[in-house]
Design a protein around this ligand. Sequence first.
Ligand SMILES: [Zn+2]
Ligand SMILES: [Zn+2]
Length: 723
Amino acid sequence: MSSRARVILLNAALGPLDYRVPHGMTVQPGSIIVAPLGPRQLIGVVWEEDSFPDVESVGDNRLRNIVGPVDAPPIPETLRRLIEWTADYYLAPIASVLRMTLASMSALEGARTVIEYRATGDLPDRMTEQRAQAMERIGERQGLIRELALIGGVSDAVIRGLVKAGAFEAVEVSIDTPFPRPDPDHAPPQLSDGQASAATEFVNAVRQRDFAPFLLDGVTGSGKTEVYFEAIAAAIREGRQVLVLLPEIALTEPFLERFEKRFGTVPISWHSGLRQSERRRAWRAIASGEAAVVVGARSALFLPYPNLGLIVVDEAHEASFKQEDGVHYHARDVAVMRGLMEKFPVILASATPAIETRHQVELGRYREIKLPARFGGAEMPGIEGINLLTDPPERGRWIAPPLIKAIDETMEKGEQSLLFLNRRGYAPLTLCRHCGYRFQCPNCTAWMVEHRLTKRLACHHCGHVIPSPRFCPECKEEDSLVACGPGVERIADEVKALWPQARTAIVTSDTLWSPAKAAEFVKSVEAGAVDIIIGTQLVTKGYHFPNLTLVGVIDADLGLEGGDLRASERTFQQIVQVAGRAGRGQKPGRVFIQTRMPEAEVIKALIAGDSERFYEVETENRRRANAPPFGRFAAIIISSEDADEAAQVARLIGKSAPPIDGMRVYGPAPAPLSVLRGRHRHRLLIHASRQIDVQSAIREWLDNITWKSGTRVAVDVDPYSFM
Ligand SMILES: [Zn+2]
Ligand SMILES: [Zn+2]
């Protein structure tokens, strides 16, 4: 009797395949295995047969043998269901979702050991000065030869000599050194009454071991982190795993520091910046259940935790939880789904919750826990508007007189200021004043952004860079090129001109590209070595600088330019977040926003400090337009290097749109970013009411259409980007 297994291989182009399980081998659904495909061998996971009833059955005699199981725990059943749900909901190949679970090939190579060395307690027959020094400095420590040599301050040869002489011995250890366990009782915090009662709710929910979605809604600085830390402590005590999702790697470092103060050790981090060996070690600790707390970017969500007891999504309103390529999933929404399937609470923490999340609260699906007051009695800063039409800056400058005065006053008091402009580089556009030539990216419908610090022009969409030009490529005129509009580097120049003595720091993904750089920045601000910070959205969250008392928003209207569904909401969230950086300590903060649209609803709400009013108006607008969360959107994006082919496929898809009551299809139309990385792009937008199964409709619709292999057709369910 031969047994067979249905397998999902890590190849997005393939559906499930059947294999023979050779005698003596046992696999079960969830087992990670190696299987042959043509001449190659691929990693795959054994799956339930009835998950794919449509797969054509292959005769036993045509089956190939599974090569063998991988030395790693099986993928838990609930996670297999989540992977299926994600693939189904976001119309993605199941293998593409599974790839996010099996995110470290090295981890799948199985347990590996390495030889380390440690002192035996015996002295060598011949003692030299170097040997004595090495032995004393190394003491009881254990490590590789080169590590011990480094600690001992000697050459590798000295350590090898000590091994030969019997003073050190070899020990075989796993290359995946265990992680220290966070201690829930290391440093329990002093909580305010409001914080304490919120914490109790979470702790009870963790102990209940049941699905419970929460919105933890508190103004910036109200101490949300301390509160959800108590939920984490409860989960650790229950012996369960915890995942904390952060929107950006740059926020990891401050988080790690706070976590270590509370729990005595840092959690395990997971993000794209990990080295292969770190990824491997983290993955194996997660899959074995040894990892107690993991903090990571959205990709940490699909890892195979066998024993998850809590997910916290911090800054849950952030759009970066939405993945914009590959599987277009929203980590916040999938986190809630994981909590539902695996029966544990999920905490969405935010000072500016998304309208979608507030709507779930109104429907009674999520519980809202409010933290009204700022921790330690600090006041929320008031926001003042500066009308750029009546109070403009000098020509060619961007900081208006009232903001200059406020910075003067802040400098005099020895306090810190933050100027916010969500634009990297020096200037968003360079043009020739002689012939009008504009520097455009050759691969994208986008201007080249000048980066003066690195003396380059760069495309922020595809990464194309050229050295800063000295003359116009069109008319060859020298000194005719002008920078148009400001980026943070240009604001920094203006600051230097206005306050030559001020110490400045520019904070963008160009300057804070690693956790170490971010840590360095935090230290210098905390040490008082910076007077004025100029930054993009990277500085709007996570940081806590008690001496920072002034925030100036250079262009509050910038985010409204795109005009998409969430433009007002995004602007509101961003400005509330950046305003929240001011006055977090004992000293009160002030916030100025420069605007040309003082009458815009969002600007009025910000200045009035009336977030409820803003949410009401915005929610009402969405309801009237039947936009999310009331109606649904999905996008189909067609792209090809061949412009005609892209247009043709887009037209064909548009013509084949199924007539469904309650569903409208707009387009196709060239995308706003009509060329991206050399690919011509067209979009269709599908607008449907809640009741309609948009996914099934799109699946059937596209199933009947074929296109050439160079053309890509991506589906984006619940899109955030409309570019
Ligand atoms: Zn020119
Ligand atoms: Zn480009």
